[in-house]
Design a protein around this ligand. Structure first.
Ligand code: GLN
Ligand code: ZN
Length: 781
């Protein structure tokens, strides 16, 4: 049996690419330096896969930023505003699209399916001119070949590319992106021809949209596209890969009916029904089945014995020489190499496999079926599986019971939101359009060093507390000077919003280098939830009370919500996700209650990742939203009316789940908004009533660009057109930790001026319609 890997992490085992990119962006190194780091990473990955015996090794899964943006570059579909004049797309144009530049914002970024990876959304329209403008796929293929390694060049499939795009500004929303298929295919044909000429034998098209709920016209596009490509592809073996869920029956029929395709790849981990489908619907004879049995989305060691069973069942259907062992999706969604984990104890380590180990698992499975079973490898794996099942570190009876008791019952605050808001306003006495920020302030080098040294026991706890206290005090003063209404402490003690909590909860393990790319050069290091979760002691009360003591303005307590902790962790696969989520909710509930008891009157519980946990298929949404929203409510159902609960989401595209968001019953929600053309506001234009406080972000924090006062005022005005002024808050899109003070100071200054400008306007134009409550506030301005 042969082996295949869908894709591999690009960042490097120690985030080498991240550092090379950031140094290049900061003009501290040249493009040649960056290219050298990238080439070294690619070659070591290819060699590693070849050494493990991998038959089908992917190329062109490397990217300087994002594989969808790479495809946009390949197609020459650069939005006009970036002023590109043709020719091979270089770093300048590429990174301007990705990150914006001094004068232009970046292109929109959105989540890649239900992962925590973000891709750059292509902007297309009837006037988009496609031309072959990045030869990356071919040059990477040749580069590997030069190293003596035959690879399978990977392209995002033409249909998925279009389905993941959006109509560019000024083009009607109803514009059919698929109408561009013919133009796009012309470029694909050129790429294919060049790959063939370079000697490629296989080509892989990633068509992950096949797992979505697609209507007939979209399914038809696959048939159209691949028959159009058929003659260009002749002479090549063609693999189409889907991942992240089952392929629905209709899509399966379309897919396996495509002409000129040699093999089909399926995710057999998340796609739990694939096996049944293949059994019942059949599999085209003579074609290869790439069986994704090794999980690309998690860090657990594969249960090899159970994979062998699956593979045997498939082999009986497709035949031995047509079955290929593979990963469920690209390994870019898991950590890179367990070898670099020196802090994990050997028991936990034995339960895990990162990308490098998964390559070995895939090959071990392939060899075993070819009669060359590595007995020692299989014995060690079986022992690890057994130890994980029976370890007392995994089970905490008390937690299990408490979480089980939550199921089936409801948890809500006693008073409705408008009455609560009144009670809170009496206590907080905020002006109309209150200003706030989302939590973090810039994380300077000094700050990172202090945390690092404290962790490494190089500085004492006393020195550490002193340094953090100084930082908090600086941030508090700055916000007072800026005249922000509801303050934050800036999160200087936090490296990461999930890791910080996970480190203080039991049932979590941490890696030293288990990084996963989130977007561009940014990586996250998800904790590993291996056991039942509980909170031994208060986690944030010390810092929040300290910060509150420095100001008379309200200081937000800052927590990460249970759904986000769950969705941004590597979650145990031995119990349902909702059970783990309820356990986390109970731990956060205790923290909320401790903060309230310590006199914190505004508590923000971030649920940045709530939406990304949404299952890909509509039929599964209601169940997920129900337990996710319930988990959030569990955390704060017990607080007093006067305690104001905020939540935050870094996501605008939730028009479809707005009712669940309302059902979270937070007092105030701040949401990402400005990077996606204020899509968010459309839901309110369409008449959804939102009675709680709401702060759609007034500027994009992902870009270094500083928004002007006029621009922000304009944004707030747009919001005022659809939202009542007495519920509107003014805040940036998200936390400021990745920005520099040189950007944050002017941006927040402009934000507050814009807000004051509007308060004045509101006071003069609309005075009589103000609630009594607001009259004395206006008096202060
Ligand atoms: N409170 C967090 C911060 O400001 C929220 C980050 C996020 O939403 N991703 O950094
Ligand atoms: Zn955010």
């Amino acid at each position: 049996m042969a082996s295949h890997i869908v894709g591999y992490p690009r960042m490097g085992p120690k985030r080498e690419l991240k550092f090379a990119l950031e140094s290049f962006w900061d003009k501290k190194s040249s493009s040649e330096d960056l290219e050298k780091v990238a080439a070294d990473l690619r070659s070591s990955i290819w060699k590693q896969m070849a050494d493990a015996g991998t038959k089908y090794i992917p190329s062109n899964t490397f990217s300087y930023y994002d594989q969808v943006l790479d495809t946009t570059a390949m197609l020459g579909a650069v939005p006009k505003r970036y002023g590109w004049n043709g020719g091979e797309i270089g770093f300048d144009t590429y990174f301007s699209m990705a990150r914006g530049n001094a004068t232009l914002p970046a292109m929109e970024m959105t989540k890649w399916f239900d992962t925590n990876y973000h891709y750059i959304v292509p902007e297309l329209g009837p006037d988009t001119k496609f031309s072959y403008s990045s030869h990356k796929a071919v040059s990477e293929y040749k580069e590997a070949k030069g190293l003596g390694i035959e690879t399978v060049p990977v392209l995002i499939g033409p249909v998925s590319y279009l389905l993941l795009s959006k109509p560019e500004k000024g083009v009607d929303k109803s514009f059919s992106l698929l109408s561009l298929l013919g133009d796009v295919l012309s470029v694909y044909k050129e790429v294919i021809a060049e790959l063939k000429a370079a000697g490629a034998k296989w080509i892989q098209f990633d068509e992950p949209t096949l797992v979505l709920d697609l209507d007939d016209s979209k399914l038809q596009a696959f048939t159209t596209a691949y028959s159009e490509l058929e003659s260009s592809l002749s002479g090549l073996e063609v693999l189409i890969v889907s991942y992240f869920a089952d392929v629905p029956a209709e899509a399966y029929k379309t897919l396996t009916g495509l002409k000129g395709i040699s093999g089909f790849g399926f995710d057999l981990v998340r796609g739990t029904k694939t096996l049944d489908l293949i059994k019942s619907a059949g599999f085209p004879s003579g074609k290869y089945l790439f069986a994704g049995v090794v999980d690309g989305r998690n860090i657990w060691a594969n249960d090899l014995a159970s994979s062998v069973d699956t593979l045997n069942a498939l082999e009986a259907i497709v035949g031995k020489d047509k079955l290929v062992v593979s990963t469920s999706c690209s390994l870019m969604h898991t950590a890179v190499d367990l070898v670099n984990e020196t802090k994990l104890d050997s028991e936990i380590k034995s339960w895990l496999a990162f990308a490098a180990q998964k390559v070995l698992e895939v090959n071990a499975l392939a060899k075993a079926s070819a009669g060359q079973k590595d007995e020692a490898f299989f014995v060690a794996n079986a022992a690890a599986q057994a130890s994980r099942k029976s370890s007392p570190r995994v089970t905490n009876e008390e937690v299990q019971k408490a979480a089980a008791a939550l199921k089936g019952s409801d948890h809500r605050r006693a008073t409705n939101v408008s009455a609560r808001l009144d009670a809170q306003q009496k206590k907080l006495n905020l002006p109309v359009l209150p200003t706030t920020t989302i939590g973090s302030f810039p994380q300077t080098m000094d700050l990172r060093r202090v945390r690092r040294e404290y962790k490494a026991n190089k500085i004492s706890e006393e020195e550490y507390v002193k340094a953090i206290k100084e930082e908090i005090s600086k941030v508090v003063k700055l916000q007072e000077e800026l005249d922000i209404d509801v303050l934050v402490h800036g999160e200087p003690e936090r490296n990461d919003m999930v890791e910080y909590f996970g480190e203080q909860l039991s049932g979590f393990a941490f890696t030293a280098n288990g990084w996963v790319q989130s977007y561009g050069s940014r990586c996250v290091k998800p904790p590993i939830i291996y056991g039942d979760v509980s909170r031994p002691k208060a986690m944030t009360v010390f810092w929040s009370s300290m910060a509150q003591s420095m100001t008379s303005r309200p200081m937000k307590g800052m927590l990460t919500g249970p759904v986000t902790i769950l969705n941004w962790s590597f979650v145990r696969n031995d119990q349902p996700r909702f059970e783990t989520c309820y356990q986390i909710a109970l731990a956060i509930k205790k923290e909320v209650e401790d903060l309230e008891a310590a006199g914190i009157t505004v508590i923000q519980i971030d649920e940045a990742a709530l939406r990304e946990g949404l299952p890909l298929r509509k039929s599964e949404h209601a169940f997920y939203l129900d337990w996710a929203v319930h988990s959030f409510r569990i955390t704060n159902c017990g607080v007093q009316d006067t305690t104001q609960i905020h939540t935050h989401m870094c996501y605008s595209n939730f028009n479809d789940i707005i009712h669940s968001i309302i059902d979270m019953d937070a007092d105030v929600i701040t949401i990402e908004n400005s990077r996606s053309d204020e899509k968010l506001l459309s839901v309110f234009r369409e008449g959804v009533k939102y009675g709680a406080g709401i702060g759609p972000g007034v500027y994009d924090i992902h870009s270094p660009r500083i928004p002007s006062t006029e621009e922000i005022a304009d944004r707030i005005n747009k919001m005022l057109a659809v939202l009542e002024k007495n519920i509107l808050w003014v805040n940036p899109d998200c936390g400021l930790k990745t920005r520099k003070y040189a950007e944050v100071n002017p941006a927040l200054t402009n934000m507050v001026s814009a807000c004051k400008l509007l308060r004045k306007e509101l006071a003069s134009t609309n005075f009589t319609s103000f609630h009594l409550m607001h009259l004395d506030i206006i008096g202060h301005i």
